[in-house]
Design a protein around this ligand. Sequence first.
Ligand SMILES: NC(=O)C1=CN([C@@H]2O[C@H](COP(=O)(O)OP(=O)(O)OC[C@H]3O[C@@H](n4cnc5c(N)ncnc54)[C@H](OP(=O)(O)O)[C@@H]3O)[C@@H](O)[C@H]2O)C=CC1
Ligand SMILES: O=C(O)CCC(=O)C(=O)O
Length: 517
Amino acid sequence: MDGTFPIGARAVSSDVTFLAIDPSTDTRIEPAFAVSSEADVGEACKLADAAFDLFRETDPEVRAVFLETIADEIEAIHEPLVARAIQESGLPRPRLEGERGRTTGQLRLFAKHLRAGTWASVVIDEAQPDRKPMPRSDLRQRRIAVGPVAVFGASNFPLAFSVAGGDTASALAAGCPVVVKGHPAHPGTSVMVGKAIQAAVAKCGLPEGVFSLVQGPANELGAALVKDARIKAVGFTGSRGGGLALVALAAARPEPIPVYAEMSSINPVILFPAALAARGEALGKAYVGSLTMGSGQFCTNPGIVVAVDGPDLDTFVDAAAGALGEAAPQVMLTPGIHASYDKGVAALAGHDAVQTLARGTEAEGANRGRAALFSTTGKAFVADPALSHEVFGAASIIVRCTDLAEVHSVLEKIEGQLTITLQIDEGDHADAAALLPTLERKAGRILANGWPTGVEVAPAMVHGGPFPATSDPRTTSVGTAAIERFLRPVCYQDLPDALLPKAVKHGNPLVLPRTEG
Ligand SMILES: NC(=O)C1=CN([C@@H]2O[C@H](COP(=O)(O)OP(=O)(O)OC[C@H]3O[C@@H](n4cnc5c(N)ncnc54)[C@H](OP(=O)(O)O)[C@@H]3O)[C@@H](O)[C@H]2O)C=CC1
Ligand SMILES: O=C(O)CCC(=O)C(=O)O
């Protein structure tokens, strides 16, 4: 691997370089990667803009084959890619092998979605020349790509939410050229995937500006990308501060653009009385499994459990505390993320209204995250918003409530969420039904008798939710519906067939599904 990054068809180098850090040893690792300049950002955006009209009008089949070619190119570098991602993220091999599969599976799912054609939302209202009192025009609607898209790679998913992750796959599927700002925690992984996409662009004979990657350790680079007038939408997964900074930059542009930022979520788990009575111990153990997986570095991590206090909750708490007390420390993604985890845990441990129930085993080695389990009361939780802030990592707080009415008050108090999980048995259905309208207002995904981590990439998935889970609650960043973020409707009124795009021509040459008005 060399240290260049792909801009269009070129491999760009620079005298200014940076090194990745292996978080497991806190040591810098070779090779040195070129730091992209603001001029590189400008060049990437210029090429993306030049590619746009041609790329967006490619037949869906051409883009489907392109996405499949990217998947093939990534599979061809599977072993070195996974090895490098392990080094740069500290994540274990099985997790990264799975993530590689999820990444290529996601690309292929979008290819299938393109072939199905529903994404184009073609609606035809045939002319009614004899309508009284006024004739109706011929109206034809389809959706087109919004323009070049900026994608920010996430630190916690070096493959599935990064260079060829869900944001990139959905934007390319829509027909938007993509400029990725790689996460500085995994530059080697980003460059390897970036070059795989570059190779796929060439193999498919597409314009070079369809894809570029810029990267470097300073956030001015990302800011320059969002401010570039040729960028028309942004996809982001990361911190609340980072996401909000990008939203502010995009809103301050002469031409404001949408930012689809997936940010902070504490993913409440509600234990209902009958379920708690029937299987409190098993639930306690399973909860710790979900909480500590991947050192808790998921935005879907169960950061809060809410239940009515009593002996059944004690059984759950004892089982959870016992399991968590045996949880081995795991390497966290970056020294910064580890430091902010420790700070968040220390703040909870030092809070007057919070009791520390258990800590994972002692951490040895660099950047090891020690799991942490806390409890508080419903009253204290409602009184102090600080108790509901996300601590990114394997830390969670159990909120003991006096009754179901207090459970409801706690849920009313929480901010928007990616997920809310219900642990319910049949005897809980009436109580759960009473809560459902609140839960729908608060979350993008409501699940029963499972755990929120591990998002299925599927057409019905919603990985989104009200602020601060995301900056736009109307969409999802996972699943085929993610393509809708990067499309907009255009209506053609009375255009002669010769001028109509293929998607809405009278003969329907692309064989797209149509709604007839
Ligand atoms: N909820 C979630 O899904 C996740 C939450 N996090 C949270 O984020 C914290 C930090 O992790 P990290 O992944 O680095 O997330 P950040 O939000 O800090 O960074 C993500 C990306 O956005 C860029 N960025 C951040 N702020 C700005 C800005 N003001 N202007 C322009 N670009 C910006 C970063 O660039 P640069 O690094 O160059 O600044 C990076 O490429 C974690 O401790 C955790 O709390 C992290 C991952 C996922
Ligand atoms: O749980 C998952 O699979 C996805 C989590 C996620 O989107 C994230 O952590 O950013």
